[in-house]
Design a protein around this ligand. Sequence first.
Ligand code: LCS
Length: 397
Amino acid sequence: MQLKDMYFDTLAVRAGQENYDPVTGAIATPIYQTTNYAVANVDEGAARCVDLEAGYIYTRLWNPTQKALEEKVAALEGGEAALATGSGVAAITAFFTEVLKSGDHVVSDGTVYSATQYFFSEILPKFGVEVTFVDTSNPGNVEQAIRQNTRVIYFETPANPTIKLVDIAKVVEIAKGHGIMTAVDSTFASPYLQRPLSVGVDVVIHAATKYLGGHGDVQGGVVIGKKDLIMKIREGTLKNMGGIIDPFAAWLIIRGIKTLAIRMEKHCANAMAVARYLEAHPKVDRVYYPGLPSHPQHELAKRQMSGFGGMIAFEVKGGLEAGKTLLNSVRLCRLAVSLGDADTLIQHAASMTHVLVPREERLKAGITDGLIRLSVGIEDHRDIVADLEQAFKQVCC
Ligand code: LCS
């Protein structure tokens, strides 16, 4: 049986690990905790330095545990190849550093993870690359922002932190019409819920720190795409700028991915239950969850995703103060900024992650005073609801 004939759940367990460890027969890919690999003679050393596929030479260039992770994620996304990095941010910056040159232009959605936003607005311009931010959920905005020197169109869907969706197929159609690459950060969906390469996206990026790792105990990133491009990033930017993944981190993510399918089912079911509870709550103004018919892109979500995910955003009545009180009152939900963990995590952008962003700018990106983001975990949803209920009791409005 070949990988291409296997279903997703089987791939999550087996891809990248089809063979036993050649030395010991170990079924779990070992953590190859080594920096160096001995070569038989100088010719072999030269061959490996010139062609990374000829054999391992130095862990910054490639490592067998890293490779097993890359093969697993490539299989799950239906991509030719993948590249694992030391964090999600390292995946994003490695990709863009490789494909861009001074004078290029990028079109990005305005609602992207804050570090991505910083990279686009503060770092790329230092090297002569301009980035235009638009709302890519309206494809007309993408068309208008394209210039002759536009090299990449980039967005997250669902987006952090507003859970806005972007119509992947529509943006791809526009980009292809102009011969421009598309890259999608699909972290919030995970490969279990959406596979952007299947609708023509060139590059998919994940913060593996989130659903792929799944347990809030590891940092990593992955870039998936055509083999030529992935090898170029590996041999160019990653090798020479050094944002590699540690073998132990790669091993933890491999371990996490084995349960991705069942975790995502539970994340989705729990989030649906919590979203319905929030929508009916008198102290909540709005709930943004793609699984609710009230989400402005519910129809798109049904078309584009095979489930609605574990991420919810909602606006508490009473704005900034109410948001602070609610968050200071939760007991089970953990007050933390990440997402995709087994544990439910809650955060309030206006008083936490975006406290330094001027209010006007924050509002432009859809981050209102009372916007709360909930990464619904895999606990029993009744306990999550009970915790929110007792916390809402502390909020007066
Ligand atoms: N892409 C998305 C969509 C993210 O949400 C994050 C991190 C990254 C990339 C970067 O991944 P990292 O480098 O952290 O592995 N998002 C975070 C968040 O919402 N709060 O803390 C981190």
